[in-house]
Every structure is written in structure tokens, then in C-alpha cells.
Design a binder for this molecule. Structure first.
Ligand code: TGC
Ligand code: FAD
Length: 386
């Protein structure tokens, strides 16, 4: 029996949600899992090919309506993220950044022309998008950004740089957030625009099966129509982050579920002191404790998913889910690793890869500390930022 069976999770899902989950799991197990350790080891991801496959499955922007998007429930989207992250957080990142950040920004704030131009190709995985908010000196505090956009007649001219941008150097389009004379605004930047360049970041010890880049904007001249008309101020990008953080609430549990499963299987076949490791009480305590945290995390994710589908989830609740589920999932991956002993440090087994990935997940989309302060502010009414 696995944890979700123990918790009776299937009974909480609709038939359509179970079907979507099973389809994504099957795809992940057959097409991605056999290659993922090599992609991680070599820090090379065939992202374009994978994006097309994900597009064919309808996973890109799947919770958005129209423009070739599937229009599923938030819970279905969450389950898809979970199954992708059960293979590798880098693959879930690809889905998150494409659907919840780049596509969502255009879908929620874009003009009709912007939506028609970009969304169908992005949903199909033919066009890849990235989302440039963070700068080298402004991660947790994006409101301090230096990248700026100045009006020149009808045009906009962008200067600055962005750091740690997922898919940056393979993207066809970048959603870039920049300071204007008015407020922070978003721009849809085709990456072949003169003055735009992207440099891949190497030597990462986490999310190696994911492309991470610096974006450089040097006098990037864009027509007035490149501005996202529906977003003004930090609420624009933060609105996108709510979407991606929601996916992570489910997604991180995938890494934990896979790690725990690997640990349980290993404990049954590994003999220590002449009997299987699974038969020792200390091992069973580890397994039981991990299952409780994993199952509780899933109940929380489903609860927040149902709230989101009802249109009533708040940003603070999303922070709560991201904080708890990533933190607990990382603990589960690390504890699973201990059960594997020395084998646990080999890429042959997934827990250490998942744990290394979750170090990034703990940091991106709002660090543990940022989400703690968001919750602290909600509970006390006092902001401890800045
Ligand atoms: P503050 O003064 O609190 O708010 C500024 C404006 O934003 C509004 N707002 C939100 N709106 C929607 N959703 C939210 N979660 C919101 N939080 C705040 C707020 O109402 C206000 O609106 P308005 O209209 O009055 O202007 O802002 P602050 O400067 O004090 O900062 C708040 C803080 C620290 C919580 C925020 O800046 C934050 O969340 N920082 C973390 C940054 C972050 O998460 N960056 C992620 C970058 S993208 C990424 O990591 C992708 S990873 C790749 C992958 O997913 O795979
Ligand atoms: P900092 O903000 O410098 O934080 C350093 C430490 O200080 C953290 O522990 C933090 O919690 C703590 N801290 C900050 N403020 C406070 C405070 N007020 N009180 C107490 N402690 C505080 N960004 C994008 O825009 N797009 C992307 O696609 C993207 N992809 C990423 C992919 C990867 C693999 C990684 C690692 C990052 C990615 N990011 C992306 C950037 C990510 O969002 C930032 O790294 C994150 O927001 C944290 O910013 P920082 O790294 O500058 O850390």
C-alpha cells in the first residue's frame, strides 16, 4: 500500500482528475523517467522536444481557458504538476514557467492580439516562454528592480538584466517586468529582438535537468503594443506567482512520494544484520512519519485546490501551502535518502536528486522566509518585510 492509498486520496478525486493524473504518470514513467538521471548528470535537458510532447498531452497552460488551452480544474493542474515532479522538479518547472508564469501573464493581462499571437503556440509547446522578474540584487524584494522601460515616441526602450530565469536561453518569448515612470509594468519581448540576449547559468548543483539563465536587455526597442495592458504595479507579477506557487504545492509532493516509494522498496530488499531493513522498528518509524507528512500535505493541497476551483483561495493560503509542502517534501527526500545508506548518494536512486532539486524549490517562487513572513503578516496584521 502506498501513502495516498492509505489516506484514501482517490475517493477525493473526480474520475476526470484520476484520468489526467494516470495519463501524466504513465507518460512520465515511460518517456521521461528512463532518461532523467542522465539529463540531470549531464545538465542537459532536451526541453524543446519535451515541450512539444507536453503540448500534445495538453499540459501547457492546461488550467487556462481558450487559445488552445485545455481549461481543466486547478486540482487537475496540481495533479499533473505532482506527477511531473515525481520524475524531476526540473520537468515540473518547465510546465510551471510555461503555463503559470509566461502564459498566465499573457492570458490574464495581455491584449487580444498578444493572446492570439503567443498562446496557441505556447499551449502546443511550439513556442517556449520565460518569466523575468528576479534580478541579481532583487530576488525576494522584486519591488526594488532596476530594469527599466522608457517611452520613446510610441515605442518602449528596455534596459537592465534579469537573473536565474528558467528557460531564459531557450525561450522564444520573455515576459519581462520593468520599472517605468509610472509603475512596474510587464512587456512581451520576442527573444530575437535586437539588444536581447540570454546566457545560460552553469555549475548548478540543483535543478540540473532545467535550463536557468541570465537575461540581458540593452536598448531593447519594442512597439507600444508589447506592453501588457492589464498589469500595473507589483500585483501583476505577484498574481502570476500565485499560480505557479499553487502548482508547487502539489508538485513538491511528487518528489516526496517518489523518494518515499524508492526508500520503502529498497528497505524490503536490503538485508542488514541478517534481515530486511523494512523489518526494523526504526525504519518503520521513518516510513510512517514520512507517510503522515506526505498524506497531510496532499490533504492540504487538495483543500487549497478545491478553494481555488471555487475562486476563493487567498495568496496567504497559497503561501501556507507552498511553505509547508516544500519544507516537508524536502525533509521526506532527505530521510528517504538515509534509508538507502551509501547507495542513497548515487544518481541511480532518486531521493538525493529530488532533495537537491527541492533546495531550489525552497528558494524560488518565494523563499521559506518570505512565505513565513506573509503568514506572519496575515496573522498579526503587522508587516515584517523591510
Ligand atoms: P507589497 O507592498 O506587500 O505588495 C505590492 C503589491 O502587490 C500586491 N500583492 C499581491 N498581489 C497578488 N498576489 C500576491 N501574492 C501579492 N502579494 C502582494 C499588493 O496587494 C500590492 O498591490 P498594490 O495594488 O497595492 O500595488 O509588496 P512588498 O514589496 O512588500 O513585497 C511583498 C513580498 C515580499 C511578499 C513579495 O515581493 C514577494 O512575494 N517576494 C518573493 C518574490 C518571488 O517569489 N519571486 C519569484 C520569481 S519567479 C520564480 O521564482 C520562478 S521559479 C521557476 C519555477 O517555478 O519553476
Ligand atoms: P535573496 O532575496 O537575496 O534572499 C537571501 C536570503 O535572505 C533568503 O534566505 C531569504 O529568505 C532571506 N530574506 C530575504 N528577505 C528577507 C526578510 N525580509 N527577512 C528575513 N529573511 C529574508 N526568478 C524569476 O523571476 N524567474 C524564473 O524563472 C526563476 N527561476 C529560478 C530558477 C532557479 C533554479 C532558481 C534557484 C531561482 C529562480 N528564480 C527565478 C529566482 C528566485 O525567485 C529567487 O532566487 C528567489 O526569489 C530568492 O531571491 P534571491 O535568490 O535573490 O535571494
Amino acid at each position: 500500500m502506498d501513502t495516498f492509498e492509505l489516506y484514501g486520496i482517490d475517493a477525493l478525486l473526480t474520475e476526470e482528475e484520476r484520468d489526467i493524473r494516470d495519463t501524466v504518470r504513465d507518460f512520465g514513467d515511460k518517456e521521461l523517467r528512463p532518461h532523467v538521471a542522465t539529463w540531470f548528470d549531464e545538465a542537459k535537458l532536451p526541453a524543446r522536444d519535451i515541450a512539444r510532447e507536453l503540448g500534445r498531452l495538453g499540459l501547457l497552460g492546461m488550467h487556462l481557458e481558450g487559445y488552445g488551452c485545455a481549461g481543466t480544474t486547478a486540482v487537475s493542474y496540481g495533479l499533473a504538476c505532482l506527477e511531473m515532479e515525481a520524475v524531476d522538479s526540473g520537468l515540473r518547472s518547465l510546465v510551471s514557467v510555461q503555463g503559470s508564469l509566461a502564459m498566465y501573464a499573457i492570458h490574464a493581462y495581455g491584449s487580444d492580439e498578444q493572446k492570439q499571437e503567443w498562446l496557441p503556440g505556447m499551449a502546443a509547446g511550439e513556442k517556449i516562454g520565460c518569466f523575468g522578474l528576479t534580478e541579481a540584487d532583487f530576488g525576494s524584494n522584486p519591488g526594488g528592480m532596476r530594469t527599466n522601460a522608457k517611452r520613446d515616441g510610441e515605442d518602449w526602450v528596455l534596459n537592465g538584466s534579469k537573473m536565474w530565469i528558467t528557460n531564459g536561453s531557450i525561450a522564444d518569448v520573455a515576459v519581462v517586468w520593468a520599472r517605468t515612470d509610472d509603475r512596474i509594468r510587464g512587456f512581451v519581448v520576442p527573444t530575437d529582438t535586437k539588444g536581447f540576449s540570454a546566457n545560460e547559468i552553469h555549475q548548478k548543483l540543483s535543478l540540473r535537468a532545467s535550463v536557468t539563465s541570465e537575461l540581458v536587455l540593452e536598448d531593447v526597442r519594442l512597439p507600444g503594443s508589447a506592453l501588457l495592458p492589464g498589469a500595473a504595479g507589483l500585483a501583476g507579477p505577484l498574481g502570476c506567482l500565485n499560480e505557479a506557487r499553487f502548482g508547487i504545492i502539489f508538485g513538491s509532493l511528487g518528489a516526496a512520494r517518489d523518494s518515499l516509494q524508492v526508500a520503502v522498496d529498497y528497505s524490503l530488499t536490503r538485508d542488514v544484520f541478517d534481515k530486511p531493513l523494512a523489518g526494523y522498528q526504526l525504519t518503520q518509524k521513518k516510513i510512517a512519519d514520512m507517510a503522515v507528512e506526505l498524506g497531510n500535505g496532499m490533504l492540504l493541497a487538495l483543500h487549497l485546490g478545491r478553494l481555488k476551483d471555487a475562486g476563493s483561495v487567498s495568496p496567504e493560503q497559497v503561501s501556507l501551502g507552498k511553505l509547508n509542502n516544500v519544507r516537508k517534501s524536502l525533509e521526506i527526500c532527505r530521510e528517504s535518502r538515509t534509508i538507502l545508506g551509501a547507495n542513497g548518494i548515487s544518481l541511480e536512486y532518486s531521493p538525493i536528486r529530488h532533495a537537491a532539486n527541492l533546495e531550489s524549490v525552497l528558494t524560488y517562487e518565494g523563499t521559506t522566509e518570505v512565505h513565513t513572513l506573509v503568514i506572519g503578516k496575515a496573522l498579526t496584521g503587522v508587516s515584517a518585510f523591510g
